[in-house]
Design a protein around this ligand. Structure first.
Ligand code: SF4
Ligand code: SF4
Length: 478
């Protein structure tokens, strides 16, 4: 089966229950943002920009759990910010499991291996041969160091008693991957992140975790590269992929103009462009374990229209229930039911090709339209069978791994072609390479403090900033 039976059955049961009760609007997935702090500053990320004045604030654990209870979505996607920075992330996962939720931890992957080492330290038992064989395999594949293996073996009582994130069929690591190495590191604005994500996915698979990836497609995304990315991730036995077109967040747009000197139309997709980029999504759905209904995939490919059901994937964060959707903010509410009642939902979305709000015009994102496919809005004959078959039929076979595929995947920093390479060259030979280095960043000169301070917690841009400072220094007339 494409998804574990228990998960598919739980979601199907939730929909049937509400259909029988004739509930007009209900939640399918809660996007829970316990904090907006992040260790990265990805281009196109609206979160760290929209909430830049409250990056250090956190939603208390009890409030996170109460929000999940109130909206009662069967799935909770813990996002942010980087949720693995949330100090009570383990307790949050445990609490949501106690409530019977399916959990996705949406992470940039950088802290995943640390969390899995903590899990190993908590469970390690020298008399259990499978634990030692895990360590040997992880060491053989360079996924942990000898020192880390020793720390796991000699864990003290505090490490043994720590609440940890353990593998479960109810939980997925959902790793952000926006392309192969060069592209991904460029988008997350830091070299080495793709490599870390791959290491984390490999470690997770060895330890029996379920893993998924989420990818945002931008104007610059190359479709062939996307296919290679899915092949590579499938060869790592990744359990599923979410893919969604990039949307022009107001906050991300402003950042792009101010910090990167880019125009939003150079980066984000219009509706027409989305349909061109996603023309092959139905084929990808057959070849790879793409999450999302086939109805939503048909919508992305331009084969049908759907009406936005943003209320089905609500977002809860430090300011409350964010309305109308994950992307756009017209207000925050104290309660989910209050938000359902007070928001004028009929003012949003695109109906029959006409945007009811101009900001919705180019939006086809999964958090607005994927539930529409599952809930039967714009129902066409055969849709239910199509969705059932997609979920309950056998999942596509993993793509065979090969040296050639791995080589194609590691096409950036690993082979000295990272996006910072030209800048590094500029430092070594400043005058000769100056123009090239500038074009890499396409960024206007501005004082350092103009965007984010560089300590962890508000987005570390130190690697790039240090290079830019050295380049500026080299450019100064003698
Ligand atoms: S990892 Fe990137 S996209 Fe995710 S919250 Fe951090 S900066 Fe935003
Ligand atoms: S179409 Fe829906 S999900 Fe997209 S921006 Fe508008 S309200 Fe939000």
């Amino acid at each position: 089966m494409r998804f574990p039976f228990a998960l598919s059955a739980k979601i199907a049961g939730h929909i049937i229950k509400h259909k029988l009760r004739k509930t007009p609007k209900f939640a399918m997935v809660l996007q829970l943002e316990p904090l907006h702090t992040c260790n990265l500053t990805c281009t196109g990320c609206g979160r760290i920009r929209e909430y830049s004045t409250s990056l250090k604030d956190m939603v208390p654990l009890e409030k996170c759990l109460a929000a999940a209870q109130e909206c009662d979505a069967p799935m909770v996607s813990i996002c942010g910010g980087e949720p693995l920075i949330y100090p009570k992330i383990e307790e949050l996962v445990a609490g949501l499991r106690e409530q019977g939720r399916i959990i996705y931890i949406c992470t940039n992957g950088v802290f995943m291996r640390k969390k899995m080492r903590e899990y190993l330290a908590a469970i390690y038992d020298s008399s259990n041969p499978s634990h030692e064989s895990y360590l040997k395999q992880l060491l053989a594949e360079n996924l942990i160091s000898v020192k880390e293996a020793e720390t796991i073996r000699n864990a003290d009582a505090t490490a043994k008693n720590k609440v940890v994130i353990a593998p479960s069929q109810w939980m997925y690591w959902n790793v952000h991957v926006d392309g192969l190495e060069f592209t991904h590191d460029l988008i997350v604005e830091r070299e080495g992140v793709f490599k870390e994500c791959v290491a984390a996915i490999k470690m997770a698979k060895i330890l029996g975790y379920q893993t998924a990836t989420n990818t945002t497609v931008y104007k610059e995304t190359d479709v062939q590269e996307l296919e290679d990315m899915f092949k590579f991730l499938s060869s790592l036995n990744v359990d599923g992929h979410t893919i969604s077109p990039g949307y022009e967040y107001d906050a991300a747009k402003k950042d792009m103009v101010k910090r990167l000197g880019k125009q939003p139309e150079d980066f984000f997709l219009t509706r027409k462009m989305t349909r061109q980029k996603f023309a092959k999504i139905l084929d990808w759905g057959r070849l790879f374990t793409i999450f999302g209904t086939p109805v939503y995939q048909e919508f992305l490919a331009g084969k049908r229209e759907l009406t936005c059901t943003a209320w089905a994937i609500p977002t809860y964060n430090i300011r409350g229930w964010k309305a109308p959707c994950y992307l756009m903010t017209d207000g925050h509410y104290d309660g989910y039911q209050e938000m359902l009642t007070k928001v004028k939902w009929e003012n949003y979305g695109v109906v029959d090709g006409k945007a009811r709000d101009p900001r919705c015009e180019n939006c086809m994102v999964h958090c607005g339209y994927d539930p529409s496919g599952a809930l039967g809005t714009n129902y066409q004959s055969g849709d239910n069978w199509k969705n059932f078959k997609y979920n309950f039929w056998p999942r596509p076979q993993p793509f065979p791994s090969s040296e050639e595929l791995t080589k194609r995947a590691f096409n950036g920093a690993s082979i000295g072609k990272g996006h910072l390479a030209e800048a590094k060259a500029a430092i070594n030979s400043p005058r000769a390479a100056m123009n090239g280095a500038q074009s890499v960043f396409q960024r206007r000169e501005e004082p350092h403090e103009a965007h984010f301070s560089s300590h962890c917690g508000s987005g570390d841009t130190s690697e790039r900033d240090a290079l830019l400072a050295k380049i500026a220094e080299a450019r100064r007339p003698e």
